[in-house]
Design a protein around this ligand. Structure first.
Ligand code: ZN
Length: 184
């Protein structure tokens, strides 16, 4: 049985699938660059550049019809967190290493050698950064994440079957029967 794609609000025919609206509004653009020349008091400098660069252009209309973004896996979230923490450890360790010779001099009235102290500080920093291993996600976190992934998948499935009226913009899921659902 064919789908009834007439708009449930204004009755206009030929509603478009959201995925179609989305992909139709994305285009590849080519930008060609011109050559440029300039003169100064010493002589003429000519900078010549030519070529093409490509980019992606997207209409506002297409952007508004974008699919819900996928949720990162727990492993990817963990990796991002570890990367951020390592960066923080290295930054703090680097600063502490630079300050270490001065601190030792100030508190212990000893001069352990400027560069060797910094070197040891940096070694400790790298060791801490490399050995740092955060605990994996707990069971509750895993369940919560799974729920978010399933909810997002439902949203993506819905997006895949949602149409947009080309006249009034109403979004709806076409039904084979008379009963239709209007999305707000
Ligand atoms: Zn309509």
């Amino acid at each position: 049985m064919p789908l009834d794609t007439n708009c449930p609000k204004c009755g206009a025919p030929h509603a478009k699938k959201l995925s179609v609206v989305y992909s139709e509004g994305i285009s590849t653009v080519q930008i060609s660059s011109q050559s440029l020349s300039a003169t100064n008091t010493i002589g003429k400098i000519e900078i010549s550049t030519s070529g093409n660069s490509t980019g992606i252009q997207q209409t506002e209309h297409s952007r508004s019809a974008a699919p819900p973004p996928p949720i990162l896996s727990l492993i990817d979230i963990q990796k991002m967190n570890v990367a951020q923490l390592r960066t923080a450890i290295f930054f703090i360790g680097f600063c502490c290493s630079l300050a270490l010779p001065f601190l030792i001099k100030f508190f212990f009235k000893a001069d352990p050698g400027f560069f060797s102290t910094i070197f040891i500080g940096l070694l400790i920093t790298v060791a801490v950064g490399a050995l740092y291993k955060p605990p994996g996600p707990g069971e509750a976190e895993q369940i919560a994440h799974q729920t978010r992934v399933e909810e997002r998948q439902k949203e993506i499935d819905n997006w895949n079957i949602t149409f947009a009226c080309t006249q009034c913009g109403t979004r709806f899921i076409p039904r084979e029967s008379e009963q239709r659902q209007v999305r707000h």
